[in-house]
Structures are given as structure tokens and as C-alpha cells.
Design a protein around this ligand. Structure first.
Ligand code: NAD
Length: 499
């Protein structure tokens, strides 16, 4: 059985805790490797080495640091096929989707090449007589990232890129369900010239996470995953005096106005609802057509499109629209929620419960589902399903549709499909959600903007990537300096004012 360890001080090392987790190939439902789960002692030792490596890295000029990242981007492009294959075999997503995962991480790394510019401080000449005032951005020291299974390349890069470009050392604790690609990224960072110890990849579960949260040498923690864990990490990390940002779950709505191009809206719902088997935090899981006629026409357009979806293993190539979900437990949870929808009175218009794929009977495949007449008290509406299940909640008016999304506890992403500029503008201004699409179904901001939800989808003040990431991974210091020192003012006990 293949054994996956850690990446410490520039080398693959085996775990010493004696604890392991199974890593599956979800398409065939078989264990393909086991991954070591680090103990607190292993995590603490890796962090101590990272802290030592950070001293020199933090003092390396930003242009040199940026060159390492520039080289890394080249290497990512070189190894794109290899990385995508490894990613799909553990996650299950199709190869084009895996390449999208890598590409969206790569774009953040490209943004980080701008570190010398992004890290420039501010300067005020002659703030007072002979006095200059300036600020500088300094690395926070050692930062840690705890990442989810669903973007095994993109999210580790969203965290490690800015952290390392800012001069920090970085301890990455990837998802134990998809650990291979983060280790491959670490190898490429070394090949690009990153000094050993600046990036440590420590695999593990709750024990490693708790060790991160309690380790006094770790100054900042970035988390992405489900909301209950995000809340836990935010609370424990903050109470230990760390800078923490946590991004949680989602229930993204799409409002379809009566004037929308319904073919465009239906196509968008297919991609955003069923792509990656619905395992995206920016997936659309709730369609809210406004008006009975819009709803009837939308359902009519969705059904044949859903029935045409091809579900299969990534090895089947471009013929497959989406692959299996990540584990048997994830599949069981999705099907349980589907049953609850039926029991609570929603109409299951497309029923994927009996889906079977010949030759892959043990794979974690879930057929596509479409619910109509979902109400806001149902579990399928309230909970994140994270599977290929789209719920339709019919609204009588725009205000009612807006109200549903406003009242939902999650606020990651949302979309509106309309041809009316006034409605779109009003929607963008009033909605309490972090990322908004206007006739765009998955409004994931590009690398030079920032990514983050509102409400229970995000904990902390700053977003991921873009300029916010450079704020999160640095501390500002402001210096007031007086030259020449010959200016004599005499002693004063008054609070100083610059004149
Ligand atoms: P998860 O919360 O199960 O795991 C995320 C990380 O937390 C993993 O590294 C895992 O090892 C660790 N973890 C799990 N249980 C823990 C515990 N009890 N104590 C400490 N650490 C623990 O999430 P997942 O299933 O890997 O990912 C899917 C979730 O992530 C979904 O809810 C999805 O919406 C969310 N997500 C959010 C965003 C975003 O930016 N908002 C992006 C991607 C995914």
C-alpha cells in the first residue's frame, strides 16, 4: 500500500505517530494509499524548523522572493498534466476541472509575483519640522493554512503564495482526503528555489489542527472548510492570540427574473449546480425563479439538460460532465438529505437515487437530482448538501426572492439573471452576500480581487487573495523619524501636534 507522509525541511518524511487515514480513489471506491496523521510533537517540530527558516527568508529582498514564485509558475505549467491526474485520482473531478483548480491557484501565484510592489509602505515627507513618517509591512513570522478536500491545488496556493511572498514561513495542513497534490506543490517550490523549511506540509487531522491552533510560534492561521470547523478554528485560534481568517460553507442562490434569458439561465444552472458533482463552495444549490410562469418554463428547460448529463470516472476523458463525490460518507449524507427532501414534501423532478455506473458499482457516484417546490423550512434548503442536488424555491416577487437569500445563514456567493439594469443594480447594493454574479453563475473573483463570503460563510476581517492577502500576512509598523536632530524644541508635556 502506498504511504503518503509529510514534507519537512525540503524532504519527504514518513510519519511517526503510527496513525493513518485511508485515501480513496472515489471512482472505484477503493483505498489507493494511506496518509500519515501527524502528532502534536511532529507538528511542533516542523513549526520550530519553519520559524528558524523564516528568519533568513523574511530578510530576503522581495524581488528575490518573487523570482522563486515566478519560476514556480513555470514549473506548474510544465507539470500541469501530471498534477491534474494526481488530483483527479484522489478527488474524482474531471481532468479539465482539475486543470481549472490548478489554474485558479496558479493565477494567485502570478499575482504574488507583484510582491515587491504590494509590500511597499507609505511615506510622508516633512510630516512636521524635520520629521518624516513612514510605514512598512513586515511578515508575521510563521503562518499556517488548513485546507479542504474540494480544491486540493487552488486553496493551498491561495494560502501559501501570499504568505511566502510576504516573507513568512508557511505550515500547510491539507485535507487528509486529497494529500498528494499539496506535496507535489512543495516539491515544485523547492525546485523553484524556495529554501528548505520555508514551506512545511504536515498531513493530519484534528490533532494536527489543534497543535497549529495552540502553537505559540504560529502567528496567523488561514482556514477553508465547513462552517462548524471554521467557527471552532476561529474561536480557538483567536483566543490563543493569533490572527485568524476562516472561510466556511455555502448555500448559493440564483434568482431568475421573468425577463431573464431562460436558456442562458438554465445552462448556467447546469454548470454551477452539477459541475464537480456540486462539491464547490461557489456551486449554485438553490434556484429561485420569480413568478409561476418563470418557474414552470425553467423546470421545463432544466429537466432535459439534467437528463443528458454524463456522470463517470475522470479516466473516461472529455465525455464526462462530472465524477464521483469524495467518499462513501459524503455520498450517504447527500442521499440522506435527498430522502429528507422527499419526506418533507418537496417534489423530486429528476431522481438520481438509483444511479449506477456499469463497471464502477463501488464508486462514489451520485446521479443528478432536481427538486421543485422546496420551502425554506426544509433541510435540503437550510443545509449545505455539497452534492449534485439543485433545489427550486418558487418566489412570487423579486422582494420575496431577495428575502430568501437575505435570511439564509450562509452568504458566500449569489447570482441574479435578468435583463433589467435597475434590478441588477438594486440587487448588488442590497444583498448581504460576499460575491455577486449578474448573469454570471459562479462569480469567483479573479486573483487580483479578493474572495470571501458574508454571514456564516466567513469569519475574520480580511478576504483571501488579492490585496487583502498581503494585509493578512503582514504586520504594519509606522515610524516617525526626526532629522536633522539639531532642531531644538525644548521640553513639552503637551500631546504633540504637527505644525
Ligand atoms: P472540513 O471542514 O471537513 O475540513 C477542512 C479542514 O479541516 C481539513 O483540513 C480537515 O482535516 C480539517 N478538519 C476536519 N474536521 C476537523 C475537526 N473536527 N477539528 C479540526 N480540524 C478539522 O471541510 P471539507 O469537507 O474538506 O471541505 C468542504 C467544505 O469546505 C464545504 O463546506 C465547502 O463549502 C467549504 N469550502 C469553503 C470555501 C470558501 O472559500 N468559503 C472554499 C472551499 C470549500
Amino acid at each position: 500500500m502506498k504511504e503518503i507522509g509529510h514534507w519537512i525541511n525540503g524532504k519527504h518524511v514518513s510519519g511517526t505517530s503510527g496513525r493513518f487515514a485511508d485515501v480513496f480513489n472515489p471512482a472505484i471506491g477503493e483505498v489507493q494509499a494511506r496518509v500519515a496523521l501527524a502528532s502534536k510533537a511532529e507538528l511542533d517540530a516542523a513549526t520550530a524548523d519553519a520559524a528558524r527558516a523564516q528568519v533568513k527568508w523574511g530578510a530576503t529582498n522581495p524581488q528575490r522572493r518573487a523570482r522563486v514564485i515566478m519560476k514556480f509558475v513555470d514549473l506548474l505549467n510544465r507539470d500541469m498534466d501530471k498534477l491534474a491526474e494526481a488530483l483527479s485520482s484522489e478527488h474524482g473531478k474531471t481532468i479539465p476541472d482539475a486543470k481549472g483548480d490548478i489554474q485558479r491557484g496558479l493565477e494567485v501565484m502570478e499575482f504574488c509575483i507583484g510582491a515587491p510592489h504590494l509590500l511597499k509602505g507609505e511615506f510622508t515627507d516633512s510630516a512636521g519640522p524635520g520629521i518624516d513618517m513612514y510605514s512598512m509591512r513586515q511578515p508575521i513570522g510563521v503562518a499556517a493554512g488548513i485546507t479542504p478536500f474540494n480544491f486540493p491545488a487552488m486553496i493551498p496556493m491561495w494560502k501559501m503564495g501570499p504568505a511566502i511572498a510576504c516573507g513568512n514561513a508557511f505550515v500547510l495542513k491539507p485535507s487528509e482526503r486529497a494529500p498528494t497534490v499539496p506535496l507535489m506543490l512543495a516539491e515544485l517550490m523547492q525546485e523553484a528555489g524556495l529554501p528548505d523549511g520555508v514551506l512545511q506540509v504536515v498531513n493530519g487531522d484534528k490533532e494536527a489542527v489543534d497543535a497549529i491552533l495552540d502553537n505559540p510560534e504560529i502567528a496567523g492561521v488561514g482556514f477553508v472548510g465547513s462552517t462548524p470547523i471554521a467557527e471552532y478554528i476561529y474561536g480557538r485560534g483567536c483566543s490563543n492570540g493569533k490572527r485568524v481568517q476562516c472561510f466556511g460553507g455555502a448555500k448559493n442562490h440564483m434568482i431568475i427574473m421573468p425577463d431573464a434569458d431562460l436558456d442562458q439561465a438554465a445552462d448556467a444552472l447546469i454548470g454551477a449546480g452539477y459541475g464537480a458533482a456540486g462539491e464547490r463552495c461557489m456551486a449554485i444549490s438553490v434556484a429561485v425563479p420569480v413568478g409561476e410562469e418563470t418557474a414552470d418554463r425553467l423546470i421545463e428547460k432544466l429537466v432535459p439538460r439534467i437528463e443528458k448529463l454524463k456522470v463517470g470516472p475522470y479516466t473516461a476523458g472529455n465525455d464526462v460532465d462530472y465524477g464521483p463525490v469524495v467518499t462513501a460518507a459524503a455520498k450517504a449524507n447527500i442521499l440522506k438529505l435527498v430522502e429528507s427532501g422527499v419526506a418533507q414534501g418537496a417534489k423530486l423532478v429528476v431522481d438520481g437515487r438509483d444511479f449506477k455506473l456499469q463497471g464502477y458499482e463501488n464508486g462514489f457516484f451520485v446521479g443528478p437530482h432536481l427538486f421543485d417546490h422546496v420551502t425554506t423550512d426544509m433541510d435540503i434548503y437550510r443545509k449545505e448538501i455539497f452534492g449534485p442536488v439543485l433545489s427550486t424555491v418558487r418566489a412570487k416577487s423579486y422582494e420575496e426572492a431577495l428575502g430568501y437569500a437575505m435570511d439564509h445563514e450562509y452568504g458566500n456567493g449569489i447570482a441574479i439573471f435578468t435583463r433589467d439594469g435597475d434590478t441588477a443594480r438594486d440587487f448588488a447594493a442590497r444583498i448581504n452576500v460576499g460575491m455577486i454574479g449578474i448573469n454570471v453563475p459562479i462569480p469567483v473573483p479573479l486573483a487580483y480581487h479578493t474572495f470571501g463570503g458574508w454571514k456564516k460563510s466567513s469569519f475574520g476581517d480580511l478576504n483571501q487573495h488579492g490585496p487583502d492577502a498581503f494585509r493578512f500576512y503582514t504586520r504594519t509598523k509606522t515610524i516617525t523619524a526626526r532629522w536633522p536632530s539639531g532642531i531644538k524644541e525644548g521640553a513639552s508635556l503637551n500631546f504633540k501636534q504637527m505644525d
